[in-house]
Design a binder for this molecule. Structure first.
Ligand SMILES: Cc1cc2nc3c(=O)[nH]c(=O)nc-3n(C[C@H](O)[C@H](O)[C@H](O)COP(=O)(O)OP(=O)(O)OC[C@H]3O[C@@H](n4cnc5c(N)ncnc54)[C@H](O)[C@@H]3O)c2cc1C
Ligand SMILES: NC(=O)C1=CN([C@@H]2O[C@H](COP(=O)(O)OP(=O)(O)OC[C@H]3O[C@@H](n4cnc5c(N)ncnc54)[C@H](OP(=O)(O)O)[C@@H]3O)[C@@H](O)[C@H]2O)C=CC1
Ligand SMILES: O=C(O)C(=O)Cc1c[nH]c2ccccc12
Length: 428
């Protein structure tokens, strides 16, 4: 373990004031504390290991990459080509297909973790993290999810890697409590198997809503998808080349608006006019919308053809829920057996990080990419760029290098202690 436990001896002079109300263990971490053992946290850990910097990763779930292992459906594949989804330092195995399955991706992350000998502390949920001005250290409080014991970690650097998709969003709907069928969020949907023969309402038309609807259709369920506003659907490939890859290449020599125009022209050519199926396009282009509002365009993996054939129906927004189904905004009544809320996710940073300068109230860094990775007082963020795994990797490399540089400069002259800040007294 990269820490010295400060619970004892009791006469030790602490470099900060103990919180009298806090009765749990206190652990002084030599090096950074990383919140989250998803791809972002693991990538930072790998970079730190390479430079010999000790660290602690706190993970509230019981495994690495819990989003991928516990909160995604069985048949999920990455929707960006593999070269955009690798973590730093270790490429995917040569035999991986262009769009690896989630199982392949998880296997890769498991061996990545093993290779770098990363050892997260599982079942530890960060409840609060606060910068103690008086001693220049972060105080990170956790609760162990299976035993309810509390721990305070004291560290000089705090790396926030809890993810853009930390919590599910379940909107409130009038009458939802009266609905007699089963309601679940897309993060709990595993397969259409249990919905065979059932009428299922999928609320939301992002990549989750589109893919869940298709999976339901594959399992002989009867899906209907709610599209309350607008959505950009793009073909996953254009003339055999990944649309995402084409967009990245074009961005090197063209302005974003022009790339958007080209993508939309290609989508129109290949997909036709999709508005007549109820899929209205936003007025802003797909990349501009992703950059400004974080709304990811749908990369179609086959749902659109089922919408065109009428196998997946599209309906407008929900007015209210009824016992047997929903009333839509157009007055139509739709009877359904089950509802899947594919209504998205949010960051949970505001619920635990006691800081408002670097992070917004929505739990994202204020400075847009590429400047949102470093705050003040040893605070870092990884994986909040709205650029998927490739954005997370770019952040992770920078964060690990930044911390590694300071660590190595200081440890040239000093023994491996917590660093200078540790020797300061908080208050007399
Ligand atoms: C269904 C789905 C498919 C996706 N597919 C792709 C894709 O193909 N390509 C792509 O580039 N991107 C994709 N993404 C985007 C996705 O966000 C990234 O792939 C990736 O998972 C981000 O990694 P992360 O480590 O930043 O966040 P996460 O994977 O969410 O990991 C964060 C970790 O932090 C933990 N955590 C959160 N809060 C706390 C706390 N308070 N205390 C302790 N631990 C905490 C969580 O349990 C979690 O394990 C997809 C997203 C979803 C939802
Ligand atoms: N294969 C893959 O790699 C996959 C990747 N993903 C990724 O995961 C992330 C999350 O995607 P996703 O889960 O689809 O979330 P999104 O945030 O992308 O989409 C949420 C959807 O729910 C709709 N919605 C929200 N509230 C309501 C409401 N009250 N009534 C009706 N509709 C509502 C939104 O509509 P509106 O726009 O009107 O707000 C939107 O269509 C994305 O980055 C996505 O790319 C997801 C699935 C598969
Ligand atoms: O899958 C996601 O949510 C991602 O964030 C990946 C991604 C980053 N930029 C994009 C632009 C178009 C489609 C997917 C992505």
């Amino acid at each position: 373990m990269n820490h010295c436990d400060l619970c004892m001896p009791p006469n030790l002079v602490l470099p900060f004031e103990r919180d009298d109300l806090f009765t749990g263990r206190c652990i002084l971490v030599t090096g950074p504390v990383i919140v989250g053992a998803g791809p972002s946290g693991l990538a930072v850990g790998a970079g730190l290991k390479q430079q010999g910097v000790p660290f602690v990763i706190l993970e509230k779930a019981n495994c690495i990459a819990s989003l991928w292992q516990n909160r995604t459906y069985d048949r999920l594949n990455l929707h960006l080509p593999k070269q955009f989804c690798e973590l730093p330092y270790i490429p995917f195995p040569d035999n991986f297909p262009e769009y690896p399955s989630k199982h392949q991706f998880i296997d890769y992350l498991e061996s990545y973790t093993k290779h770098f000998e990363i050892d997260p502390r599982f079942n530890e949920s960060v409840q609060s993290a606060k910068y103690d001005e008086t001693c220049g250290l972060w105080r990170v409080k956790t609760i162990t999810t299976n035993s309810n014991s509390t721990t305070e970690y004291i560290c000089r650097w705090l790396v926030v890697a809890s993810g853009e998709n930390a919590e599910k969003i379940v909107p409130e709907f009038e009458g939802l409590h009266e609905f007699s069928g089963n309601v679940m969020h897309a993060c709990d949907y595993k397969s259409g198997e249990e919905f065979r023969g059932k009428r299922v309402l999928v609320v939301g038309c992002g990549n989750s809503g589109m893919e869940v609807s298709l999976d339901l259709w594959h399992h002989d369920a009867v899906p209907t998808m709610v599209v309350r506003s607008s959505v950009h659907v793009l073909p996953r490939e254009i003339l055999g080349k990944s649309t995402f890859q084409l967009a990245v290449s074009m961005m090197k020599s063209m302005p974003l608006w022009l790339v958007d125009k080209i993508l939309l022209a290609a989508a129109r050519l290949l997909l036709g006019n999709i508005e007549k199926y109820g899929l209205k396009r936003p007025s802003m282009g797909p990349l501009q919308l992703k950059n400004t509002q974080g709304k990811t365009p749908v990369l179609d993996i086959g749902t659109l053809s089922k919408i065109k054939s009428g196998d997946i129906k599209i309906v407008p927004g929900i007015k209210k829920f009824l016992q047997v189904g929903v009333e839509l905004v157009n007055g139509e009544i739709l009877e359904v057996d089950s509802v899947i809320m594919a209504t998205g996710y949010c960051s949970n940073v505001p619920s635990w990080l006691k800081e408002s300068e670097f992070f917004t109230r929505e739990g994202f860094p204020r400075s847009p990419f590429p400047n949102g990775w470093k705050g003040k007082g040893g605070l870092y963020a990884v994986g909040f760029t709205r650029r998927g795994l490739s954005g997370a990797s770019i952040d992770a490399i920078k964060v690990a290098q930044d911390i590694g540089k300071i660590w190595n400069q200081e440890t040239k002259h000093k023994s491996h202690s917590v660093g200078v800040a540790c020797h300061k007294r908080c208050k007399p």
